[in-house]
Design a protein around this ligand. Structure first.
Ligand code: ADP
Ligand code: MG
Length: 260
């Protein structure tokens, strides 16, 4: 079982879109997938067709050790028809309080890691959707993971923000989790007609070389519409350009994981 965080401390850069579409894409190519929603906004939960308001148990209970993952996970049944179903350890509103509640507890950054160890035999891939911060929740994700997938828009300030994230990942690698590595940078919401995006994309490749995924996710309105139907884009409209790109990305991920 390989565990990946989808992280970037900026909001609105495409983390959740990447998480749910990659989860569905990986399920489609036969992987057993668990998606963990670590963002109190619960967008990845809702975007998988699970109503965060009616969840009996969530990742909050798992972090506070009042439930196990096998008790708290639910199946994204609505995706089953298209062969893209995965399990969801969902987030609800109360997760926003977890940060404060965890601070005083022991092993506060290792809670998710310990919980995931109990379902090790049941999944090929775990994908963790991180909140837009370098908080204790994100730290739980980074301490659990083998790698980080970083979605980013090719905009001027994107590179600057990347430095903070790379430093955090280095710190976690040095002090808390020696398995952690950057799997790759994923260019999302890409529009090749915009010269600046091409330039930033070229800079990324110059700096990070093969850490930049080959697959590029285009800006595609179908991907933005899908969450309001409670579906990942790859299920909502499998033939949309963005959906095809995410399935291609899932295949690229499988190849990378195999070589890890
Ligand atoms: P984050 O989780 O980093 O905050 P989201 O995945 O929620 O980011 O994406 C932010 C917004 O951009 C959402 O409204 C989403 O639907 C939209 N979006 C994400 N990726 C794309 C894309 N490739 N094309 C068009 N819209 C996108
Ligand atoms: Mg999000």
């Amino acid at each position: 079982m390989k565990i990946f965080c989808v992280a970037n401390q900026k909001g609105g850069v495409g983390k959740t879109t990447t998480t749910v579409n990659l989860a569905a894409g990986l399920a489609k190519v036969g992987q057993r997938v668990l998606m963990v929603d670590l963002d109190p906004q619960g967008n990845a939960t809702m975007g998988s067709g699970i109503d965060k308001r009616t969840l009996a148990l969530s990742v909050y209970d798992v972090l506070l050790e009042s439930a196990s993952i096998s008790e708290a996970r639910v199946r994204a049944e609505r995706l089953a028809e298209s062969g893209c179903a995965y399990d969801v350890l969902g987030a609800s509103r109360e997760l926003s309080g977890a940060e404060v509640e965890l601070v005083g507890l022991e092993r506060r950054d290792q809670r998710l890691k310990a919980a995931l160890a109990t379902v090790k035999a049941e999944y090929d891939v775990v994908l963790i959707d991180c909140p837009p911060s370098l908080s204790l929740l994100t730290l739980n994700g980074l301490c659990s993971a083998h790698g980080v997938v970083v979605p980013m828009q090719c905009e001027y300030f994107a590179l600057e923000g990347l430095t903070d994230l790379v430093n955090t990942i280095k710190q976690v690698h040095a002090n808390l989790n020696k398995d952690l590595q950057i799997i790759g940078l994923l260019r999302v919401m890409f529009d090749p007609r915009i010269t600046l995006q091409q330039q930033v994309s070229d800079q990324l490749k110059a700096h990070f070389a093969d850490k930049v995924f080959n697959t590029v996710i285009p800006r595609n309105v179908r991907l933005a519409e899908a969450p309001s139907y409670g579906l990942p884009g790859v299920v909502f409209d499998p033939s949309a350009k963005g959906s095809l790109a995410f399935v291609e990305f899932a295949q690229e991920m499988v190849a990378r994981v195999r070589s890890m």
